[in-house]
Write a protein that binds this ligand. Sequence first.
Ligand code: SF4
Length: 101
Amino acid sequence: MPFVSCSAAGCVYNCSRQCGLTALRVSGEKARRAASTCCASFCGDGDPAALRPDEFSAVSCSAETCRHNVSGRCEAGCIDVRGQRAACAEQTECASFAPNF
Ligand code: SF4
């Protein structure tokens, strides 16, 4: 399970540049670069329940073209989600994507 740092300040789960979710989803079917991935758990509004920053998160990920992906789970030690001005999931990306091809 990776530690998730995240610059998507517009997400309600963001806690001082860390993801406060204990489980999240990254999308990236057939991704060939980081820009083809995104954090599918991004949420622009709402009232989040208890957040847990400073913890590792279970990350399910559909980017099977990433070498950190093991059977749909991210096995990296830490990942960097980016989206400083993101207003929706599609404007984020997993900058830790590392192609396995
Ligand atoms: S590092 Fe790779 S496997 Fe982990 S969340 Fe990012 S794209 Fe998915």
